[in-house]
Design a protein around this ligand. Structure first.
Ligand code: UT7
Length: 317
């Protein structure tokens, strides 16, 4: 048994931080950020939690799907910036939308939404859930070091969601992990154990941008090729590609490597920056609501990030 997407939703907080505003905080410029990353502005939370953003995205997805929260069989939320390590963000979203089904988080950093989608698909198969809610929700602005210009200009906050129902629209999927914390990591906060002696850095994002960049281009190109082969398609058969919005240059290089026209890629990094696991579902929601999708269209989604990890899926609309 597979699944089909019944409805999508997304939410970003109201407060916009422009590149010019950032230029007053760290030594950077609108020109550098636009040229090297592709971001013009990002949304940051002022008083909303990660779960608050997830709840709003979930409500929009449920409305689009025409499903009531009480009908959900499962909620899976991808996040690497939970409000609390316990309870899970999914549990808080469950209460917020008035659902009563099991709910849990998965974490595969920026690839998280696609890992969550695959988890949901497996649970649908095993437990015969009729409707499952899958989210990517991130409150990165709380974790970013706002004095580090190499990361603070990149990220933004937001959430995206999809309601899945029974169907056969998932044609192929791939998950990949190359475990390690050398390139990209966010240490958890530590308590006050008098026994634990290891020195650990502060709770914030540490990223080797260039290594992440190389990994991203390599994986995106390879994942898209493998996915197409698995589904018996070529990249020409793809109508749209929804990539993780981390850097316009990553998407551009992937497009050139695979000779895929850039117009097929959904791009919104200039408005939101990198919202980690929320980036693919926010972009997917934009595509769905754009009215551009036609029945039978093949859509690839692909993401990469901490783990290191990457993931991809091909859906038939
Ligand atoms: O979603 C998780 C996955 N994350 C990613 O995919 C991120 C992938 N990596 C990237 O997008 C890029 O590597 C960055 C945007 C993070 C950095 O761009 P880059 O072109 O790789 O820059 P770089 O790290 O090679 O640095 C080049 C120069 C350095 O100055 P020097 O040493 O050449 O004088 C940096 O200090 O750019 C400097 N720099 C900046 N200058 C102005 C770094 N950040 C900034 C900045 N403004 N914000």
């Amino acid at each position: 048994m597979g699944f089909k997407v019944l409805g999508t939703g997304a939410y970003v907080p109201e407060r916009i931080v422009t590149n010019d505003e950032l230029s007053q905080m760290v030594e950077t410029s609108d020109e550098w950020i636009v040229q090297r990353v592709g971001v013009k502005e990002r949304h940051v939370s002022v008083d909303e939690t990660n779960a608050d953003m997830g709840i709003k995205a979930a409500e929009r997805a449920l409305e689009a799907a025409g499903i009531r929260a009480e009908e959900l069989g499962l909620i899976v939320t991808a996040t690497c910036t939970p409000d609390t390590l316990c309870p899970s963000t999914a549990a808080l979203i469950q209460r917020g939308i008035g659902a009563s089904c099991p709910a849990f988080d998965v974490n595969s950093a920026c690839s998280g939404f696609l890992f969550a989608l695959e988890t949901a698909a497996a649970f649908m198969e095993k437990n015969h859930y009729k409707y499952v809610l899958v989210l990517g929700a991130e409150h990165l602005s709380r974790t970013v070091d706002w004095t580090d210009r190499s990361t603070c200009v990149i990220f933004g906050d937001g959430a995206g969601a999809a309601v899945l129902g029974e169907g056969q629209s998932n044609l192929a999927s791939r998950l990949f992990t190359q475990g390690g914390d050398e390139v990209l990591y966010i240490p958890a906060g530590r308590g006050n154990s008098p026994f634990y002696t290891r020195e650990e850095p502060q709770h914030r994002i540490y990223m080797n941008g260039q290594e992440t960049f190389k990994f991203a281009v390599r994986r995106m190109a390879e994942d898209l090729q493998l996915l197409c082969a698995d589904a018996g398609l070529t990249t020409d058969d793809l109508s749209f590609i929804v990539p993780h919005q981390a850097n316009t240059r990553i998407i551009d290089l992937t497009a050139r490597r695979l000779k895929i026209p850039m117009e097929k890629f959904v791009l919104n990094i200039e408005k939101y920056g990198n919202t980690s696991s929320a980036s693919v579902p926010i972009s997917f929601d934009e595509l769905v609501r754009s009215g551009k999708l036609k029945k039978g269209d093949k859509i690839a989604m692909c993401a990469f990030g901490g783990g290191l990890s990457s993931a991809g899926v091909i859906l038939e609309w």
